[in-house]
Design a protein around this ligand. Sequence first.
Ligand SMILES: Nc1ncnc2c1ncn2[C@@H]1O[C@H](COP(=O)(O)OP(=O)(O)O)[C@@H](O)[C@H]1O
Ligand SMILES: [Mg+2]
Length: 304
Amino acid sequence: MESHEQDGYARQQAQTQLQEGVSVQPLSSPPSANEAPVEAHMGSFDPSRTLNAEAGLSIDVKNTNFYYGSKQALFDVTLPIRDRQVTALIGPSGCGKSTFLRTLNRMNDLIPGTRVEGQAQFDGINIFDKKTDVVLLRQRIGMVFQRPNPFPKSIFENVAYGLRIQGRSAKDIKERVEISLRGAALWEEVKDRLNASALGLSGGQQQRLCIARAIAVEPEVLLMDEPASALDPIATLKIEELITELVKDYTIVIVTHNMQQASRVSHFTGFFLSGKLIETAPTATLFEHPQRKETEDYISGRFG
Ligand SMILES: Nc1ncnc2c1ncn2[C@@H]1O[C@H](COP(=O)(O)OP(=O)(O)O)[C@@H](O)[C@H]1O
Ligand SMILES: [Mg+2]
């Protein structure tokens, strides 16, 4: 069954992530992993140059509450997510960033006892509506997790996975695999070993492979939950550069605990605290002229 299998794919991705703990920093990751190359590539991309404050809405989230059983994790969150712009979500650990991100492609459905209220309008549908086809939704709103989670298959088959489920022809699959690997800035590194196991790739390459897998099925939105936090500075830089390329074609929502990263890659930033969206603004505005005291305290390092 086609839809069942596709759902299995999303489920497998989600479960890998949930088992590994969505908000746990891997031990192998040095605390400064994301901090190093700030000046080194600030010049290569300045999101304020491609900021489009008037961009249409890709997803319009309104008055969203979320519950794990009786524990409320999101409170009345309203956030416009603009088309082909990068929206960064920042805030201290446990403030609800990942929970919010997962509501956008209904990944939280996989956690028993959860409940969402509110609206997230996306191309005429409410994402939260029980009638929404989550299989189709997850094709249109893809997700990349904190820890690279390639399948124990070849590089080629990882990218081909969703395409095979869609029943695409062999020729089409071959083409899309190459386009996706190029799109994820990985093609040159793997074109001579497409049949080698994906597990032999470095962490940074595995994460770009996961991005290639996500874009292979041509989504409109990419959700990224701390996609570089398990990577070294060079691999982090590659992911950040990739994000700045991908946003030409995709709407991107990225969770990051790293404020420099938010400044480097995002057009808009939302600051979460204790399940509430405290403030959202174009990134430079939020960092330079925060309107709320909580935001100012956080970005000046007074807590979190
Ligand atoms: N699967 C879960 N079951 C119950 N509570 C959860 C689950 N995942 C997260 N939470 C809780 O929801 C809150 C928000 O968590 P999370 O969205 O992971 O925050 P962040 O990504 O900002 O670190 C925290 O209090 C966390 O403990
Ligand atoms: Mg998280």
